[in-house]
Ligand binder design. Structure first.
Ligand SMILES: *Cc1c(COP(=O)(O)O)cnc(C)c1O
Length: 413
């Protein structure tokens, strides 16, 4: 008899995007003529840039001859890509990493979800709230989160990020946390963390012997030169932080699949006897046992992002999305909505009109304007009373959606 991992049965069934799709489908069936625009799901829409496409074509051609064919790649990923990463993503910001501290993967979701498995099951985790659901769910799967009561897991520390505290999580004095998940620029709120606030977290982790898992999937969207792109811009972070990066939002790789994780050699975790084990060594062991790498073609595609043409082309697409974000902020604010984010991230976090829940507003907007947003409460209890809009649409769709929202609002008087 094969027994189930019972922790899987504790996972909450409310898979946010499935619930949204269900409601949108009901609407479409009852309103077959309506053309619904989604500003909901966090997928990109613009094509890969020419530098990436050319690199992929070249890599495919290499695979066609015995001399240039590439089979299984090195465990951490190809050196050409790891060196390009160190040279382009970190050195210019004064961060010194060895290419051996970079692990190429098939995107940040896998590693943010998998990293927890090299840690003992009874560590306590802390998350900012609202949050990207992968961090909590992957910990639920190993039984680390306790039970689900009143919208929260009993063994997880939630640090609310709301308009009331300026979306700056307060470090709790009275809660024990071994592992802290931070995501900046943030999905879903689109807000960022200042160097000064990030320093507080690094100092907290060093003082309390905690580990920080830092998700920087949206760092390419930062416009303000004072906002840190990497946690390693903070002194001491090499001792306590792992950083996740992704080409998905940076360069439209959601369908190509490539990203990387930085595990500095100084980061260690403890045994009960007090011995310190390098996390790097554990992660290398885990990856070489369970993962066989991102494809050669994907890694050549990622390398092309760091060429002069690649950099310029990727920047153009980011600017395209950020133009949407600016336009959305302007229109939504002019309609009297309270909006956050959208300045250094492709997400706008909007407060619903008073007394309207996230799901209620979602339905009103769907039926009134035929526009889909994401209910904030789906990202955690502190997301109630907010919705998320993404700037990843085309200009045309985004503008049309905004026009509809304006018309809908004016009909309401
Ligand atoms: C989209 C996203 C990722 C990246 O996912 P990939 O697996 O790299 O496509 C990681 N973290 C957050 C918060 C995201 O929104």
């Amino acid at each position: 008899m094969a027994l189930v991992n019972i922790h899987y049965l504790n996972l909450q069934n409310n898979y946010l995007f499935a619930d949204i799709a269900k409601k949108v489908n009901v609407f479409k069936v009852t309103h077959p003529k309506a053309n619904v625009i989604s500003l909901g799901i966090g997928d990109v829409t613009q094509p890969l840039c020419p530098a990436v496409i050319n690199a992929m074509h070249r890599a495919v051609d290499e695979m066609a001859t015995a001399e240039n064919f590439h089979g299984y790649g090195p465990e951490r990923g190809y050196r050409f890509l790891r060196e390009a990463i160190v040279r382009n993503d970190f050195q210019p910001r004064g961060i010194h990493l060895s290419p051996d501290e970079i692990f190429i993967n098939d995107g940040a979701k896998s590693d943010t979800g998998n990293m927890q498995e090299v840690l003992h099951w009874d560590n306590f985790i802390g998350v900012t709230d609202p949050i990207y659901p992968v961090y909590i769910d992957s910990n639920v799967m190993i039984g680390r989160c306790g039970t689900f009561e009143d919208g929260k897991w009993t063994n997880v520390t939630y640090m609310p990020c709301t308009a009331e505290n300026g979306f700056i999580p307060k470090i709790p004095e009275d809660k024990h946390m071994d592992v802290i998940y931070l995501c900046y620029p943030n999905n879903p709120t689109g807000t960022v963390i200042s160097r000064q606030e990030l320093r507080k977290w690094v100092n907290f982790a060093l003082k309390n012997d905690a580990l920080i898992f830092y998700d920087a999937a949206y760092q390419a969207y930062i416009q303000d030169p004072d906002i840190p792109h990497s946690i390693y811009e903070i002194r001491g972070a090499r001792k306590c932080a792992v950083e996740f990066r992704s080409y998905s939002k940076t360069a439209g790789f959601t369908g190509v699949r490539c990203g990387y994780t930085v595990v500095p050699k100084e980061v260690t975790v403890a045994t009960f006897e007090g011995e310190r084990i390098p996390l790097h060594q554990l992660w290398l062991r885990r990856q070489s046992t369970k993962f066989n790498g991102a494809s050669y073609i994907s890694q050549r595609a990622a390398e092309a992002i760091y060429t002069p043409e690649g950099k310029e082309q990727v920047q153009q697409t980011i600017d395209y999305y950020m133009q949407n974000a600016r336009h959305m902020l302007t229109v939504l604010r002019s309609l009297g909505f309270e909006c956050y984010g959208g300045e250094n991230a492709p997400y706008i976090w909007m407060r619903t009109p008073s007394g309207t829940s996230s799901w209620q507003f979602f339905e009103e907007l769907l039926y009134g304007a035929h526009v889909v947003c994401t209910p904030g409460v789906g990202f955690g209890p502190s997301g109630e009373g907010y919705v998320r809009f993404t700037a990843f649409g085309s200009h045309e769709q985004t503008e049309e959606a905004l026009r509809r929202i304006e018309n809908w609002m004016s009909r309401q008087g």
